[in-house]
Design a protein around this ligand. Structure first.
Ligand code: ZN
Length: 578
């Protein structure tokens, strides 16, 4: 069953029935559909050919890499009876049409049992399996137990399982999956054939996305596919669910890279490079205009700071090792431009920029108005960029030459040589610490609203989760340590689990994340959309605007922007003086 009734309130009924999320529609059904798992296929082929099949398999890899899917394919390979029902041994090419193949794919085959150790960790749960192991399969060749997140089993449960693993009946196979192989006891590991499922390379993912977009008749720019693939960090499932979101965002026409960037909260790398160049070149007014434009297009100030840091890091590395890979693709036009910029900037200026941006990042994160903090940080950076590098200043002073005066009126540094912008009572100690944005529980972020959660995801560069939080979460309840929400039909089934895990990682405390069948607030994306519509509507009612629209037929309102808020907020000066 793809969609539960009652969950589809967001989409019109006709569309809702026809719609199947891409990740489900294109879930691989056999080994040929699995990208990049050649080692596993080769080993299994040999095992099947020689009849030396392990009793237990251990699949490991990061989340989203396809462990459960692979487990089901192995189960089919072991139990396929072929289209004519006459096959008597396992095959590396399960037919996909026989009863076992179909039933296993739908998780309803009586001889293949799936269990999630995350929710059933106790010895009683395992005892059930141990009892069942004694009986022959109902109809299949093998009775198969798939245990997901096996590292979550309790110690007793592992011990119970171990006895069975030591002497398993010939008709039983175990397939374990885990994201944390180190938490699985060695005694268990040593009795399993282990397969490490790797992340899919970005280029491979792009290829997959391209094929699927073509099949789905979706028009999407190559650059947009590359962004989706990069954000998915090697998970086919995540990349498809992001593609789904992009399709939903992009009503009909071409899906552009710019649109996907907006969706992911990323700024264009070329534009980040522009911004950095202006900051380092001292053309501050232009730099601030760039920043505001990025902000208007939906770039998150924190992400801008992070991108600037990445840029600084990349430029510095390029100086040291010309073929450095990283934030920019060396062969792209941006990569070449970055290399040119790196050649002009001294290492001292780059390391100074790094420290100042790092400090700025912390300020932006903690500020009530992140965009203002971001501006202040960039202003400081631009002024400091104007200063000659410290070593040159010192040399000039030692040589008796006058240090060139920077803008403003900073005296040459007298001790320590820290540039002006970094002194002024700010100290560099805080800038030097904590390159990791969020960590420990002692300064755990306070999450009061769903926006706070989104900001936290954004801060931690969890683009996939961020997109789902904005588009797929109908919040029912949010209290310290508790989130309850109704997922939209497009939400991946792993959303609650992923959120739970990430929140624990980011806040340092465990979270109860539960899924509601109904209710919940509109999603953030819906709220934003209706607020925008309402604002446009109210602006349309302004007499002045109406007069303009009347005067210029065919004119349309493209965007509504606030005037500088200070001006609006300031009390009217001398109201009677008219
Ligand atoms: Zn089959």
């Amino acid at each position: 069953m793809d969609q539960e009734p009652g969950l589809g309130l967001d989409t019109p009924p006709a569309k809702q029935e026809a719609y199947r999320v891409l990740a489900r529609k294109y879930r691989p059904q056999d080994f040929t559909g699995l990208i990049g798992q050649e080692a596993l296929v080769r080993t299994l082929s040999n095992a099947f050919a020689t009849g030396r099949i392990a009793h237990a398999f251990m699949l490991t890899g990061v989340r989203g890499v396809g462990k459960t899917t692979t487990a089901r394919i192995i189960a089919r390979a072991l139990n396929c009876i072929g289209p004519d029902g006459k096959r008597t041994s396992p095959t590396i090419h399960p037919c996909g049409v026989c009863e076992p193949c179909i039933a296993i794919a739908e998780s309803r085959y009586v001889d293949v049992q799936e269990m999630d150790a995350a929710s059933r960790t106790g010895i009683e749960d395992i005892r059930e399996i141990i009892e069942g192991v004694r009986y022959a399969p109902a109809s299949a060749r093998y009775k198969i137990y798939i245990i997901d997140e096996v590292h979550m089993l309790s110690k007793n449960a592992f011990n119970g399982l171990l006895k069975t693993l030591e002497e398993p009946p010939p008709h039983v196979k175990f397939i374990f999956a885990t994201t944390e192989i180190r938490k699985v006891p060695v005694t268990v590991l040593s009795r399993c054939q282990r397969f490490d499922l790797r992340r899919i390379e970005t280029a491979e993912l792009v290829g997959l996305l391209k094929t699927i977009s073509e099949k789905e008749n979706v028009k999407i720019e190559d650059a947009a596919l590359a962004l989706v693939a990069r954000a998915a960090e090697g998970s086919a499932r995540d990349s498809l669910s992001l593609l789904d979101q992009a399709i939903a965002h992009g009503d009909e026409g071409m899906i552009t890279a710019e649109m996907v960037r907006g969706m992911l909260g990323l700024a264009d790398r070329g534009r980040i490079l522009d911004l950095f160049e202006k900051l380092m070149g001292g053309t501050l007014a232009e730099a601030l205009a760039d920043l505001n434009e990025l902000y208007d297009r939906g770039a998150d100030p924190l992400a801008v700071m992070q991108d600037l840091l990445e840029t600084t890091h990349f430029l510095t590395r390029v100086k040291v090792a010309p073929n450095a890979e990283g934030f920019f693709d060396g062969s792209s036009s941006e990569g070449r431009r970055a290399a040119e910029m790196a050649a002009k900037l001294p290492v001292a200026a780059l390391t100074r920029a790094w420290q100042m941006l790092l400090k700025g990042l912390i300020e932006v994160r903690d500020a009530t108005r992140p965009i203002a903090a971001c501006e202040m940080a960039l202003i400081r950076l631009s002024y400091a960029a104007d200063l000659p590098p410290t070593d040159k200043l010192v040399r000039d002073i030692l040589d008796g030459g006058a240090a060139p005066a920077p803008r403003g009126s900073a005296p040459a540094p007298s001790s320590g040589g820290a540039p002006r912008a970094m002194r002024n009572g700010e100290g560099t100690a805080s800038a030097a610490r904590a390159p990791q944005p969020t960590m420990a529980a002692d300064n755990a972020p306070v999450l009061r609203t769903l926006e706070d959660v989104v900001a936290l995801a954004s801060e931690n560069r969890a683009s996939v989760l961020k997109v789902h939080l904005e588009n797929d979460v109908h919040l029912v309840r949010l209290e310290p340590g508790i989130i309850e929400f109704r997922p939209s039909p497009r939400a991946p089934s792993t959303l609650a689990g992923d959120l739970k895990q990430k929140l624990k990682e980011w806040t340092g405390v465990p979270w109860a994340v539960s899924v509601a069948r109904e209710g919940g607030a509109p999603t953030l994306a819906e709220t934003k959309k209706s607020a925008k519509a309402a604002r446009l509507e109210s602006v349309m009612q302004e007499p002045l605007v109406r007069a303009v629209l009347d005067r210029f037929p065919g004119a349309e309102i493209v965007a509504v922007r606030d005037m500088v808020s200070e001006e609006v907020a300031a009390p009217a000066v001398e109201p009677n003086d008219d």
